[in-house]
Write a protein that binds this ligand. Structure first.
Ligand code: ADP
Ligand code: ADP
Ligand code: ZN
Length: 216
């Protein structure tokens, strides 16, 4: 099962990704999480990525494509994977297709989680994340069971630096210009499934499971 999650920032991709990855036992690959780990470890990649991420802009394709290709070459991706936040440009999507073609493989589903702009600001400014595993919480819609601690790994819960109102607006513009064209890209390949992301987390997950079915 090889899946891509598409949707604007704040649509709920990361939240659904954790649930999908658990249910279907496939690795959750989030380019945002990979960049944030590199930033906290102050690697050369992290230092380069940080300046773009802080402004709400995309990290250049040249940096992003290679790290995903490396990750997908890991053994744990052989039976499938879930990409969250990648691809974000047509160039990245083409690179992914090229990589999968070379392995005689392809994407099974591109799941688009649709959430209108008016929901997004509240979701993003109320978002809190686990510093260690990247799990997403929300102060109102999905608080952790114990305040300040991740339900999954007990890690510390923090607010992302790029979840401010100003940066969110920039990220939404970037999404419309650079990422939204992927909707047509996957439609053309007959792999797009659209999911209404405005209902509560478990209802959205139910819709996702209806599409993915019970196979692993
Ligand atoms: P969100 O949860 O809002 O969708 P992510 O955690 O996926 O955000 O990404 C955070 C930031 O990391 C993005 O704003 C961008 O700067 C960078 N980033 C993540 N994935 C990519 C990608 N595929 N291409 C370029 N930049 C990316
Ligand atoms: P993305 O990865 O697409 O940027 P997240 O999964 O991090 O989005 O979700 C953004 C914020 O919205 C988080 O605070 C999350 O807890 C919350 N959220 C996710 N899905 C829903 C939902 N269906 N209803 C309400 N809030 C949600
Ligand atoms: Zn955690």
């Amino acid at each position: 099962m090889k899946i891509i999650l598409l949707g604007p920032p704040g649509a709920g991709k990361g939240t659904q990704a954790k649930l999908i990855s658990q249910k279907y036992s496939i690795p959750h690959i989030s380019t945002g999480d990979i960049f944030r780990k590199n930033i906290s470890e102050q690697t050369p990649l992290g230092i380069k990525a940080k300046s773009y991420m802080d402004k709400g802009q995309l990290v250049p394709d040249e940096l992003t494509i290679d790290i995903v290709n490396d990750r997908l070459a890991n053994d744990d991706c052989k039976k499938g994977f879930l990409l969250d936040g990648f691809p974000r440009t047509v160039k990245q999507a083409e690179a992914l297709d090229k990589f999968l073609d070379s392995k005689d493989s392809k994407i099974d589903n591109a799941l688009l989680i649709e959430v209108p702009r008016e929901f997004i600001l509240e979701r993003m400014t109320g978002r809190r994340v686990c510093k260690d595993c990247g799990a997403s919480y929300h102060i109102k819609f999905n608080p952790p069971k114990i305040e300040g601690k991740c339900d999954l790994c007990c890690g510390k819960i923090i607010q992302r630096k790029d979840d401010t109102e100003e940066t969110v607006k920039e990220r939404l513009d970037v999404y419309s210009k650079q990422t939204a064209p992927l909707i047509q890209y996957y439609k053309n390949k007959d792999s797009l499934c659209v999911i209404d992301g405005t209902s509560e987390i478990n209802e959205v997950f139910q819709k996702v499971c209806n599409i993915l079915g019970s196979d692993k």
